[in-house]
Write a protein that binds this ligand. Structure first.
Ligand SMILES: [Fe+2]
Length: 205
């Protein structure tokens, strides 16, 4: 199967369940997807299928751990499923508004690029900043969380990404909780029968 194939929403949900994600994580991912696709559509120029898949899969690593390691582990899982690099990168780079080299060192993460740079990577990372568990929230919630942990640089980075994407969208993205409601309508999340793998290689873990 082509390495360029972006899995469908249904395939992504099946990957989440197959990886062992809890319902809470799956609902969170679907909520981030609901926000991300609205932002992507409003901005234009972003690949909405890639944004949708990236948003659904961004926390697949939480099937293994809820530490910051869930991002690189999630990228590995998505890669092991034969998904395209563009999708793997979204998952690796979704933490906050990205992690710089100093963060990567301090957090003891495997070396690599954790800074979102493409439009799709930025939209998914920031949609995640606009969702707390299953609730759409203003970006300030994520900023305050980082400030309380002493991660001021990370908080500043979220503010900058919020300004950048709000500018492209043409409206302050804190409109999302009003536009979508705190609990937007989600794609169907029924537990798909465990079978095969979604985007190519037949590999399980
Ligand atoms: Fe998330």
């Amino acid at each position: 199967m082509s390495t360029d194939k972006i899995p469908s929403d249904e395939e992504c949900v099946r990957m989440l369940w197959n990886a062992g994600c809890t319902k809470r994580v799956v609902v969170h991912c679907a909520t981030v997807r609901a926000v991300a696709v609205v932002i992507a559509a409003g901005i234009g120029g972003a690949d909405t299928r890639l944004v949708s898949a990236g948003a659904l899969l961004h926390d697949i690593g939480r099937s293994q751990t809820h530490s910051v390691m869930h991002a690189p582990l999630g990228a590995q899982i998505v890669e092991a499923n034969g998904c395209p690099k563009s999708l793997v990168e979204i998952v690796r780079k979704h933490t906050g508004a990205g992690l710089d080299a100093e963060d990567v060192r301090e957090l003891g993460l495997p070396p690599g690029d954790y800074m979102p740079s493409t439009l799709e990577e930025k939209v998914v990372a920031h949609a995640d900043n606009l969702v707390s568990n299953d609730t759409v929230v203003p970006h300030r919630r994520s900023v305050d969380k980082l400030v309380s942990k002493g991660a001021q640089r990370g908080a500043d980075r979220i503010e900058a990404l919020h300004r950048e994407l709000s500018g492209l969208y043409g409206e302050d993205l804190d409109c999302m909780p009003v536009l979508l409601g705190a609990h937007p309508k989600l794609i169907p999340l029924r537990k798909h029968r465990r079978r095969g793998i979604s985007c190519g290689t037949r590999k399980s873990w």
